[in-house]
Ligand binder design. Sequence first.
Ligand code: 1QQ
Length: 385
Amino acid sequence: MKKVLNKGFLFMAVLLLFALTACSGNSSEKAGKSASKDGGKVSAKFGVVSYMSGPGAAYGEAITNGFKLAQKEINEKGDVHIELAIEDSAGKQEQAMSAAQKLMSDDGITAILGPTLSTEMNVVAPEADMNGIPIMGTSTTAEGIPQIGDYVFRNSLPEALAIPAALKKAVDKYGAKKVAILYGNDDVFTKSGFDTMKKAAEDMGLDTLTIETFQKGQSDYNAQLTKIKGLKPDLILCSALYNEGAVIMDQARKIGIDVPFVGGNGFNSPEVIKIAGKAADGLIVATPWFADKDDTKVKDFVKKYETEYGKTPDQFAAQAYDALYIYANALKNAGSTDRDEFRDALAKTKDFPGILGNFSFDKDGDVVMDPTVLIIKDGKFQQFE
Ligand code: 1QQ
């Protein structure tokens, strides 16, 4: 009798389990568990780590604005639904790490966007990769970031492409032969930019007269600049974030240095003009983004961004905007919030039409792109011909 009862009970339990499994559309999804599909539409949460307070906060402001505008449009269109969980890194490694850990411990998060700086990404990406959480930088441009692991991507123009393009145009235009290099030696991005500058100068047969360094937050650059002035370079190659870079240009012009500067991605910010004013004239940068480009998609985005935020989008806003669309596309193709399925769909991104052009990753999750070279003239970024 007891045996029969047990058998009956077991049968009922199996039946109940079967019914429960059949009802749950998400039962086969592993990570990103709390995200859901409703009526075939995938709904996912992405974590964002962004530099939103401190001396470089304008980078993070532009980036989060870009994400939010894209989010609004994507959700309105309705192919997929995206929720963003945004955390501030303050441009600091430790804070970026704790922000990322908070996001990574949330099972509902499918993938991460950011952090803003390569210095931050260098500590966050190995952790995300180890935990099998896809992560994509939208502004991280130092060498080696996507090579950290299979879950690590970027859609930002690497310094290795940007700097040689800017330098070549400047050398051709001015017939430059002698350069001086000045760089921040306590930041992953500014150091990587320096390595690229040094190599590019060598490759182009230029004479590097001196290599000078500075540190984050430095306010007085007169010692380095006075030495550089005495050596009479044709160009100054400077690897800096905007907050230090703008002050360097201001102090250089004040002591009578009037040669052009060639900078990397960090310099491609309207903040440089805001801080340095007239002294920013003569800065040459290469960029994937040019707001005055004669392209309908670019014009459309600029208009929408200006309406929403009352200012013109910069490179950082544009890259972030495209990045969320790239994520949305991968989510749609994966048809799932599972982190592995999302990663695989993301890696397959091919010729995705963004405002920065048609986007594909190379085999490492890195970017192939042709930059545009700009110069600041009369207080405005203009195409450098
Ligand atoms: C990096 C960068 C900075 C300019 C991002 C703001 O390119 O840290 O890699």
